[in-house]
Design a binder for this molecule. Sequence first.
Ligand code: V0V
Ligand code: CO
Length: 140
Amino acid sequence: MLLRIDHVGIACHDLEEKISFYESVFGLTVVSREVNEEQGVREAMLHVADGDGGASYVQLLEPLSPDTAVGKFLAKRGEGVHHIGYGVADVTTALAEIGAKGVRLVDERPRHGSMGASIAFLHPKDVGGVLTELVEAPRR
Ligand code: V0V
Ligand code: CO
């Protein structure tokens, strides 16, 4: 069901500062910058590698305000890994299959994600403390 690791989401206070860090230390390149009001974030995707099923990225996340998912996470835990995003062929089908196994879904239906993807989150309390995101890449 999981095709690959699409991205690792990392929460930070200052997006531009963290972009500079990943560029200078790891030589990564920003391929997308977006504000996602629904998710309460300003985010950037930095390309890591290309695989058979698609590319993988680091996603840097800055909260739009303290009362957002990432804002609350930063206040509670500080900067660090916020979620893992796995590539799936069909996010609606994957949600139905995973939900049927008793895992709490944060999203009952897909939302708009970075770079035109369809995304949905599974509750971290039902995934061993890991906020887990399903990512269906846009059709080309
Ligand atoms: C919260 N908790 C986490 C967590 N966030 N545990 C692991 N990883 C995280 N990232 C824990 C938290 O410590 C609490 O446990 C408990 O869950 C409830 O947290 P809370 O602070 O009271 O917050 P809630 O319940 O209001 O919200 C938690 C959830 C929320 C997971 C439901 O963050 C959410 O809806 N996340 C999905 C949306 C999201 O994260 N969007 C930003 C990325 P204790 O302390 O009580 O034990 S957007 C993105 O990735 C995009 C656009 C993309 O990839 O394209
Ligand atoms: Co993400």
